[in-house]
Write a new protein. Structure first.
Lengths: 554, 177
């Protein structure tokens, strides 16, 4: 009898073991280093540049080297993600405590070294390009003895090669020498911090993927740099990626994003986003499926009451937001997910989903499968890009698309509106969403078609604005928008803390209800008290965009 | 000309002069925004205001800077009558979706109060919000300190219970922002 019983439960036990086996990843070894916050060109940068170049090579075949940054680094999740890899992927890390130890461990991954010129900033980017295609690490003069102790040979010496040359001349030389050997579906815009501090923490990824590194300007005043920039972008494959970030010293985020959008390309930043060379090699853990914290079904119908409905959204990609800060979960919050992390950083997405509270709701963005300005995407590229976005949103169980087009704005403020043609394209491309939201700073594009509203931010919370003033501002909007229901969509800028928002909500006047974004949009679909509006040709524009170049795919 | 008519003319001229007699000349000049002493001003890094007074007319010119965006605008008031102003300039808190209505007409009045020490302006200006166009009343007082080097601008909105207080220091007009 016992034997029969055993035989009966055997299949169940077998299944349990299979499930257990599937959910328990095989242990694997990797190494970890800890960085400090010293990125000074004359301080910590040279050694960090060497290490991230080594990381890119070490991680080329398999994930071997991970870097933890301090909690106050812009990307705050490297610590939590380190813990996640151990717990969910069974990674057993060994800590490397010096550059010397790292070179000893990974010198077989590299064929030699490239010397960059500390006096010529662009030479570091050229060195990174060479590092990718020649399997080299990048060093300054001072670090040559260190790498030579590990028997690495010199591959290139950029000292003096670019002295006195302008950046357009330097990158033209690099283009002539190396572009043909670089990846054509992606490029590394290694800008961001410039001058005495630089922060190329994303270089590992560019080196692993053999990308061309540059920080060419999109500023119309820099005609030569802009011309070469446009040539590079035009030679990328359609739908390709621009990784990194624009140079803070040369142009603006708005100018660069406008430019790449004209070519139907997508931005994935920032320049200091670390560990992609490691992160890209992990898939989701077995059995993991994205399940968003929906509050309403896609086809549900809600009826708004005569109230003020408020919804908070955190964009800027969740990794640089306030995810790990106290207070999360106490208010309904929508979080814009960088959808392409499904490809480059699945573990990070899984970590966010795993640690989500019922009040954390994920939405797609930004504008598409990557950061781009839709008013400038070529009409023939738009459906292809948005089909990709739609697929990623389905994978991520997301029902709301966040749009942002600051091409005509000046920084966070100004004209962030969408043309009617752009709005038409979104409605056509996303028939199954609950709705759209738009803006970064406040905007005034609004629409409602069938059951899908498009609502722009009525308020942008600057983290530096005193909380009593924020409450007064919100109360003023509530007073000015006197019809009920009033739908008040609020963009919460990165680094605002949730606890202070809770305090603000206690000082709001009127019949207020704070609702999750999906509920908010469903309610907004039920009673259209907002006007329909698109970007008007007479609205002030800070920047008109770039002239098109015939035959260059823009 | 009869004596009675002369008296009438004199009274009329005196009445005409009253507004400018009551005007505070210390208000005239260029004033630079002092953020440390003021309500936070979002969306502008710098603000100068230049005040000119001529008879009944008070011109207030705003010289605003946000990153590379510059705005220069002038509001003209008359202390004896209500004016209809086109393109009225309002000091915006630009993180709010409250926009001036293009070609909107703003009803504007001004008066010298507190024995001529303070200029008070009141405007009814159309603004665009997400629910459409609405009128915002803005009452502003311009008060100069006893030493004449500090201007306090107190702005009260019909839609806001908390006043906005902007403090300015006097600067030579020719000093560039």
């Amino acid at each position: 009898m016992k034997t029969i019983a055993f035989l009966l439960i055997l299949p169940i036990l077998t299944n349990v073991f299979i499930l257990a086996d599937e959910s328990t990843p095989k242990p694997r070894s990797a190494w970890v280093m800890r960085f400090d916050l010293d990125w000074k060109v004359t301080g910590g940068l040279p050694e960090k540049a060497l290490l991230v170049s080594l990381q890119g090579l070490a991680n080329r075949a398999s994930p071997q080297l991970y870097i933890i940054h301090p909690p106050d680094f812009q990307w705050e999740i490297t610590g939590p993600l380190f813990e996640f890899y151990q717990r969910k992927h069974g990674v057993q890390f060994t800590e490397l405590r010096s550059t010397d130890e790292a070179l000893a461990q990974f010198k077989t991954c590299t064929k030699g070294y490239v010397i960059w010129d500390q006096a010529v900033g662009a030479s570091l980017n050229v060195a990174f390009t060479i590092a990718g295609i020649e399997n080299a690490v990048v060093v300054t003069s001072d670090l040559i003895p260190l790498v030579e102790r590990h028997n690495l040979a010199q591959i290139a010496d950029l000292r003096g090669r670019y002295t006195g040359k302008t950046d357009d001349a330097i990158y033209q030389d690099a283009y002539d020498r190396y572009w043909s050997r670089c990846a054509k579906d992606r490029i590394m815009l290694m800008g961001g911090h410039a001058g005495p501090v630089r922060m190329p923490a994303m270089a590992d990824w560019g080196i692993r993927e053999k990308m061309f590194f540059h920080d060419l300007s999109a500023n119309p005043k820099h005609t030569k740099e802009l011309a070469l920039n446009r040539r590079l972008l035009s030679e990328l494959e359609p739908g390709g990626y621009v990784f990194g970030w624009h140079s803070y010293a040369k142009d603006t985020e708005e100018e660069y994003t406008t430019l790449l959008s004209m070519y139907g390309l997508r931005m994935e930043g920032l320049h200091n986003l670390p560990n992609l060379s490691f992160n890209c090699q992990f898939t989701f853990t077995p059995g993991f499926k994205f399940v968003n914290q929906h509050h309403v079904a896609c086809h549900a119908k809600l009826t708004a009451e005569p109230k003020v409905y408020i919804s908070f959204v955190q964009s800027d990609s969740i990794g640089i937001g306030v995810w790990t800060k106290p207070g999360r979960g106490q208010l309904p919050f929508a979080w814009q997910v960088t959808m392409n992390w499904t490809e480059f950083s699945p573990a990070a997405l899984e970590y966010f989903h795993e640690s989500a509270t019922p009040n954390d709701y994920f939405i797609g963005g930004l504008s598409g499968p990557g950061y781009m300005y839709p008013n400038h995407i070529p009409p023939n590229r738009f459906p292809i890009l948005m089909a990709r976005a739609s697929k990623l949103m389905a994978l991520l169980d997301e029902h709301v698309m966040e749009i942002m087009d600051n091409s005509a704005a000046d920084g966070n403020l100004g004209n962030a509106d969408l043309t009617k043609e752009t709005v038409d394209r979104y409605y056509e491309a996303f028939p199954d969403v609950i709705g759209f939201i738009n803006g970064y700073g406040p905007a005034r594009t609004r629409d409602l078609r069938d059951t899908r509203p498009l609502i722009s931010y009525d308020y942008y919370i600057d983290p530096r604005r005193p909380r009593p003033e924020v409450a007064a501002d919100l109360n003023e909007l509530i007073a000015l928008n006197a019809k009920r229901p009033y739908f008040l969509l609020v963009h919460v800028r990165e680094s605002n803390d949730v606890n202070s928002l809770i305090e603000i909500t206690k000082h709001l006047d009127g019949p207020i209800e704070i609702v999750p974004l999906d509920t908010f949009l469903k309610l907004a679909a039920s009673n259209k008290t907002y006007t329909t509006r698109y970007q008007s040709p007479t609205d002030p524009k800070h920047f008109e965009g770039f002239p098109k170049e015939e035959g260059r795919g823009n | 000309m009869t004596t009675a008519f002369r008296i009438f003319i004199n009274i009329f001229l005196i009445l005409l002069l009253i507004p400018s007699v009551l005007a505070n000349p210390n208000l005239i000049g260029c004033w630079r925004f002092d953020p440390a002493l003021s309500s936070p001003l979002d969306g502008w890094h710098k603000m100068d205001i230049i005040i000119q007074i001529q008879g009944n007319e008070v011109k207030i010119t705003y010289n605003m800077l946000w990153r590379t965006s510059k705005v220069i605008a002038t509001n003209t008031f008359d202390t004896t009558q209500t004016l209809d102003l086109r393109d009225f300039f309002r000091i915006e808190q630009r993180h709010m979706a409250v926009y001036p209505v293009q070609q909107g007409i703003t009803k504007a009045t001004a008066a010298w109060i507190d024995d001529g020490r303070t200029l008070r302006t009141e405007v009814f200006t159309p603004v665009e919000v997400s629910q459409g166009e609405v009128i915002m009343r803005i009452t502003t007082e311009y008060r100069v300190s006893e030493t004449g080097d500090k201007l306090t601008l107190i702005e009260l909105h019909s839609s806001r219970t908390r006043p906005l207080v902007y403090v300015f220091k006097k600067v030579p007009t020719e000093e560039p922002q």
